[in-house]
Design a protein around this ligand. Structure first.
Ligand SMILES: [Zn+2]
Length: 412
């Protein structure tokens, strides 16, 4: 079965996860796919195949006889799709892209004016939606590519070390690594296959913190408020006004971090502001926390100590720090892409990744492209060629660990 055939099979499963649910997996429907994946792994002859308590499907492809001492690798992809757009009854089709505007249906049009990457894909077969749902390339393309890699390695008898296939639930609601104990997995390195355009890979992501600003006011009848009232709601607006205007998501890109006001609520007696802080540089993240503290101090100097209080909490960290000592993981990615004639490009994720959680838990884990575009919406699509090429890239990457590695291979 090709990766494309598998992909069509997997996107037929409705696997949208849910933010508001606390059970694991957040939606029982995800289990239908992970159970099917477990059956598929069993049929392929993988060992230790099981679905864990969080609904993750795991299986082990033992090392090829004769290969010993190779590191144990994990390949991970997630089965859930993002809650923001429907992932139910996905009606995907393959179209040859001839250039220009491509009507999807339901009034949605893929246009190069809006999505310039299309210009480089003229003449290619694209898997697109009917405009009413997302596609699910994020991350069922990753699932299909990993599964097809395992099948091909088996069929072709390519020597490789021990490989663990891990298909997780609830990545889109920030719980993708739930149930995964790095010590129990016993892998030396991992690769998530959850990125975008073919040839891209990620080994840097944001350092992240959240901040809650609590403001205490003094409420009194407005008729006799002079010199007494402290209006917490007005103070909240003042606080926000003290922050740098250019360090916000809508004005930053690349390696620029931000202080993002997520919500503001309040009245005269109390107010609260919730922020998220992001920066690839840990020191600059700390600076952003200091900016909030000094804004609070300025207002407290006027309205009294304790009027404004800032509490911050770290959420996740940049995996770069944990991958830096394992540069060969990145060189191997570049070599695998180069061998397929693809120039690899490192990107810095403006967000988090399950690989960051795993890297910090002790399993160094960069992220690879799936080949897909425009995730989380009706414009999501993936070229057939990218889907199939990623299988070859993954096979080369996996097989590469069974032989001595020469970083010079990375040169295109
Ligand atoms: Zn994803």
């Amino acid at each position: 079965m090709t990766a494309t055939e598998r992909f069509f099979k997997y996107i037929a499963y409705h696997t949208t996860s849910a933010e508001e649910e606390s059970q694991s997996p957040s939606t029982a429907r995800q289990l239908q796919l992970t159970r099917a994946l477990a059956e598929e792994m069993e049929a392929m002859g993988l060992r230790d195949v099981h679905v864990d308590a969080c609904g993750n499907a795991l299986g082990t492809l033992p090392a090829t006889p004769g290969v010993s001492g190779a590191p144990v690798l994990a390949f991970l992809a997630h089965v859930d799709t993002a809650p923001g757009t429907s992932g139910e009854n996905v009606q995907a089709r393959i179209v040859r892209y001839e250039g220009g505007e491509l009507p999807l249906g339901h009034g949605a049009v893929l246009s190069p004016a809006r999505f310039p990457a299309l210009e480089g894909l003229v003449g290619q077969e694209l898997i697109v939606t009917d405009g009413s749902t997302l596609l699910g390339a994020d991350d069922k393309a990753g699932v299909a590519e990993i599964m097809t890699m395992a099948q091909r390695l088996l069929e072709e008898g390519t020597p490789h070390g021990e490989l663990r296939l891990i298909f997780t639930t609830d990545e889109e609601v920030g719980r993708g690594t739930e149930g995964l104990d790095v010590k129990v997995l016993g892998c030396d390195y991992g690769y998530t296959v959850d990125g975008g355009e073919l040839g891209t890979y990620d080994w840097e992501n944001f350092n992240a913190a959240s901040a809650r600003v609590s403001i205490r006011g003094v409420s009194i009848h407005p008729g006799s408020a002079k010199g007494v009232m402290v209006n917490a709601a007005a103070l909240a607006a003042q606080f926000q006004d003290l922050l740098p205007k250019d360090q916000v998501p809508e004005r930053t890109a690349g390696y620029e971090g931000f202080i993002h006001l997520c919500s503001i609520r309040g009245d005269v007696s109390s107010a609260e502001l919730d922020y998220i802080l992001r920066d690839h540089d840990r020191a600059l993240l700390e600076e952003k926390k200091a900016v909030l503290q000094s804004a609070a101090e300025r207002l407290n100097a006027i309205y009294g100590p304790g009027a404004v209080q800032v509490e911050t909490q770290d959420t996740y960290y940049n995996m770069r720090e944990k991958l830096e000592p394992h540069r060969h993981l990145l060189q191997r990615i570049e070599a695998a892409f180069a061998a397929e004639g693809i120039q690899a490009r490192a990107q810095a994720i403006r967000g988090g990744t399950d690989g960051a959680q795993l890297s910090w838990a002790g399993l160094p884990c960069p992220n690879l492209s799936t080949g897909g575009y425009n995730f989380h919406g009706v414009y999501e699509f993936i070229p057939v060629r990218s889907l199939e090429l990623m299988v070859s890239v993954l096979c080369r990457l996996a097989a590469g660990f069974a032989a001595p590695f020469d970083p010079g291979q990375a040169a295109v």
